[in-house]
Design a protein around this ligand. Structure first.
Ligand code: OXD
Ligand code: MN
Length: 615
């Protein structure tokens, strides 16, 4: 199929306009077939950009440049007409100015390269919740990853209408006069990277990076930044949330979503192996949830993605066996280390490497006797990734592609909070739940800052969506409040909202590994079980100033190690002093950022919390 064969006149005209601007040597309309995938991968191998892995069938390792290893938040723009509509947490440039700059960069940027036209679907094909887009890109790596992460190619044309989301991407490295990549990851330098969103036009323009969320435009750019805008316009929720299916020993099922900032174990929670007998967790999604009201007034969620773009370091048999199996074949690895026998390796994989390794920068180095490396000298980049098909995950739920979505009973929020926030508490109402989402954050530790004065402060990441919300966060809070007041639902039908914290610390207690007062991982199933019963309205709670918490004996502790049993009363009580400090921090440092956009319901929740704590 060629551009001339594209039947949708709007898509065809847009492709032609971009071809004229970017001037690629050739244009290929992708069919999404296995043969095409193999052809493009071979092109990458031949260009020295990908290495086939002898130990993992049909799997390949890519190495990016050190200047292109992660999402670039300070080069990510929400280009709404009015700055106020982008809000206090986004970077903003006026659309006219940004388009002029980017058009200058796009002019002739695909010289020596092929432009791929990749139609794709976010969500199960034909699902009433799914949305469609077309990505134009000059990166084979992007097409290959999008083939795994989305439903792409031929199969999507029949669903693509005029409301498709146009996603233009270039690595920003034209090849002039027969120049070749010669094994060097193509991208532009940092100041020329632009990850731009035009919310009024539902348009995405990305330039200069080939990596992850900057370049696989279906993921963060479409499924979150533009989708949050669509969701607000259309009355639904586009969220940075995992979706899991929880089955109790009686075989009853509930679906739960959860929002956690990066590096809080979201993928691990989505693929958790319960330690309490008879319970089962299966995965529907590990990163993004789109939720819409069904006819019955309940919220139904789909996972808009078809794969996992997971962080490799720290993934081990112990932390997430299911992710390792998912990434054992047909997987793309990026910035992992390469072993002598043709496998990948990373810090925290659970065993030391042997012999020599090629590190993520391409240097050959002798492996260390441990599976850790000094900071800055890692063999795998700390943000090294695996791109694996979701269907390969051993615990993928049988209904993960259900077109109508799965009905959500509970929503979890959480962050890394070494103090104050208990293991679990439940919001009293939808508005109180929105309040809990709005105060999500992680404590800044010495490991995450070079500024000693910031240690102990809270870095707020409301709803874990700060880097991914396409409009003013104050208006986003209001949208959540409005969803709760939607006439098609009522309090009984809405999901119950919980705040969990797996990361309480007591560094003085030598019995606790790493000082953590809760073991996390599979043991989190104990908390999920309490949440499950709460959704059924069981009398397993006490009312406290901060919300509902497990009553004595309500949390299953059978088989929990003694050191954690001993720590439990401390992480299940209300730390009044700590919470009063929290209230002060929210009142003085967090909520004022949103000015008049902050919903009055949230200020009321804060006042109410203070009153209850002071009684
Ligand atoms: C991700 C992130 O890559 O949230 O999913 O950073
Ligand atoms: Mn994410």
């Amino acid at each position: 199929m060629t551009v001339n064969d594209i039947k949708n006149a709007k898509i065809k005209a847009w492709v032609e306009e971009c071809v004229k601007m970017c001037e690629p040597d050739s244009v290929v309309v992708c069919d999404g077939s296995r043969a095409e995938y193999d052809r493009l991968m071979k092109k990458c191998v031949d260009a020295g950009l990908a290495t086939p892995l002898a130990k993992k069938p049909n799997s390949f390792l890519f190495r990016s440049l050190p200047s292109d290893v992660a999402r670039v938040e300070n080069r990510t723009f929400i280009s709404s007409v009015k700055e106020e509509d982008a809000g206090p947490t986004n970077h903003w440039i006026a659309p006219k100015e940004l388009k002029a700059t980017m058009k200058g960069l796009y002019k002739g940027c695909m010289h020596g390269r092929t432009m791929y036209v990749l139609p794709f679907c976010m969500g199960p094909l034909g699902s009433p919740i799914a949305k469609y887009g077309v990505e134009l890109t000059d990166s084979e790596y992007v097409v290959l990853n999008m083939d795994i992460m989305t439903r792409a190619g031929e199969q999507t044309w029949q669903y693509l209408g005029d409301d498709f989301i146009p996603c233009l991407h270039s690595v920003g490295k034209p090849l002039n006069n027969g120049e070749k990549d010669n094994g060097i990851w193509p991208c532009a330098d940092v100041d020329h990277k632009y990850i731009s969103h035009f919310p009024e036009e539902h348009l995405i323009w990305s330039y200069g990076s080939g990596y992850g969320g900057n370049a696989l435009l279906g993921k963060k750019c479409f499924a979150l930044r533009i989708a949050t805008v669509l969701a607000r316009e259309e009355g639904w929720l586009a969220e940075h949330m995992l979706i899991l299916k929880l089955t109790n020993p009686k075989g009853e099922v509930k679906y739960i979503t959860g929002a956690f900032p990066s590096a809080c174990g979201k993928t691990n929670l989505a693929m958790l192996i319960p330690t309490i007998p008879g319970w089962k967790v299966e995965t529907v999604g590990d990163d993004i949830a789109w939720m819409k009201f069904g006819k019955d007034g309940r919220l139904y969620a789909i996972n808009p993605e078809a794969g996992f773009f997971g962080v490799a370091p720290g993934t081990s048999e112990e932390s997430n066996k299911n992710a390792l199996v998912a990434a054992s074949k047909n997987t793309i690895f990026t910035n992992c280390a390469l072993t002598e026998d043709g496998d990948v390796w990373w810090e925290g994989i659970g065993y030391p490497a042997k012999g020599k390794l090629v590190d993520w920068k391409g240097n050959v180095r002798e492996a260390l006797p441990k599976d850790k490396s000094p900071k800055g000298e890692e063999f795998a980049h700390p943000n090294a990734r695996f791109t694996a098909p979701a269907k390969q995950c051993p615990c993928i739920a049988s209904d993960w592609e259900s077109p109508e979505g799965v009905p959500i009973s509970a929503i979890l929020f959480g962050g890394r909070r070494p103090s104050t926030i208990p293991l679990v508490h439940q919001a009293r109402s939808w508005a109180h739940g929105v309040f809990l989402g709005s105060i999500v954050g992680s404590e800044i530790t010495a490991a995450s800052t070079i500024n000693a004065a910031d240690v102990g402060k809270i870095r707020r990441d409301p709803f874990a969506i700060i880097p991914f919300c396409g409009y003013n966060m104050g208006d986003y809070f209001q949208h959540w409040i409005d969803v709760g007041n939607n006439p098609s639902t009522n309090a009984d039908k809405l999901p119950k909202i919980f705040y969990v914290n797996w990361f309480r610390k007591d560094d003085d207690n030598a019995d606790l590994p790493g000082g953590f007062m809760w073991p996390g991982y599979g043991e989190n199933s104990r908390v999920l079980a309490w949440v499950f019963d709460r959704c059924d309205g069981k009398d397993n709670f006490i009312d406290t100033p901060i919300g509902y918490m497990p009553k004595e004996g309500a949390l299953n502790t059978d088989g929990l190690s003694d050191c954690y049993k001993k720590a439990l009363p401390e992480i299940l009580k209300v730390d009044r002093e700590g919470w009063l400090k929290e209230v002060k921090d929210i009142r003085e440092n967090h909520y004022p950022k949103f000015g008049k956009h902050l919903p009055k319901e949230l200020s009321a929740c804060l006042d109410d919390l203070e009153t209850r704590l002071s009684k």
